[in-house]
Design a protein around this ligand. Structure first.
Ligand code: HEM
Ligand code: HEM
Length: 227
């Protein structure tokens, strides 16, 4: 059967992925380094939050294979995939679980970071909304979750290499956007136009403004002694 090139990943999704890879690596590095790097850690964390909100919105209004409704499937589809009876494009039904787990854990990580504190000099931008004990508890969750997140990321990279060794290059489509398909009925990605992109960017920007304390009342001016 003849192979033909089909568009599967749109440009915003590919940019999201590779920016996420760089940003998560930097978040790990700055968080583990601590000290003066925490200010950058907070900035990078907020940027990751923007990427995540963008991706969640794009999962609803993005192009065909970016949509959650397209790739989140039930156990029957996972069984079919494991038995070699799944021939779709985009994330396979098993890979979809790891995609959801990574997006979910990254959201937990960024979410807890907003309320966390290192109890020395750096706190998340929304820490003032919770009591100190709650902040310490959320900091603990933030510190523990990096192990699960790190494990999932290693598994994700190992799976990608596993497919590569078996002769299926998933990395090239994540760079170029195109796959070679033998399925005559396979349809290229559609939708996710400029208006959808602007809307997703606006929602991501607005969320980061709120996460950065945009709705909090400004701190009271410092009291200057009268003498
Ligand atoms: C997905 C994004 C993030 C990742 C992967 C991440 C990762 C990390 C890592 C590796 C540490 C060091 C933990 C340790 O020393 O054991 C850390 C600590 C910390 N992070 Fe994040 N972080 C993220 C987002 C954020 C955000 C958005 C904020 C706040 C705006 C934040 C605030 C903090 C704080 C305050 C600590 C110190 C916690 C403590 O010492 O108990 N993080 N993070
Ligand atoms: C911090 C590291 C990484 C994170 C957090 C991460 C996260 C993700 C996420 C969330 C997706 C789903 C894309 C979407 O639909 O939004 C994905 C897909 C993908 N990632 Fe990564 N990734 C990382 C590193 C890498 C690396 C280093 C590679 C290449 C070796 C890679 C290759 C891929 C490929 C090929 C896909 C598409 C899988 C498919 O065809 O179903 N990732 N990644």
């Amino acid at each position: 059967m003849q192979e033909h090139r089909i568009k599967v990943w749109d440009l915003p999704l590919r940019l999201f992925h590779w920016l996420l890879v760089i940003s998560v690596a930097l978040a790990f590095a700055t968080g583990l380094q601590g000290g003066g790097w925490m200010v950058w850690h907070g900035r990078i964390g907020l940027w990751i939050l923007a990427l995540l909100v963008f991706r969640l919105t794009w999962g609803i209004i993005g192009s065909t294979y970016a949509r959650f409704g397209q790739f989140v499937r039930g156990p029957a589809a996972i069984r079919a995939y494991l038995n070699g009876r799944w021939h779709g494009l985009g994330h396979n039904p098993l890979g979809a679980i790891s995609v959801l787990a990574m997006l979910g854990l990254l959201s937990l990580q960024a979410g807890t970071g907003l309320f966390a504190t290192d109890d020395i000099a750096f706190s998340g931008t929304l820490k003032s909304l919770v009591g100190h004990q709650t902040s310490l508890w959320l900091s603990g969750v933030h510190r523990q979750a990096i192990w699960v997140l790190g494990g999932l990321i290693l598994l994700h990279i190992a799976a990608t290499v596993f497919y590569l060794v078996r002769g299926q290059n998933l990395i090239r489509p994540m760079v170029t956007g195109y796959v070679l398909s033998r399925e005559p009925m396979a349809r290229p990605a559609e939708g996710g136009g400029i208006l959808a992109l602007l809307l997703a960017l606006a929602i991501a920007g607005g969320s980061v403004w709120v996460a950065n304390g945009g709705l909090l009342s400004p701190p009271p001016p410092p009291v200057i002694p009268a003498w």
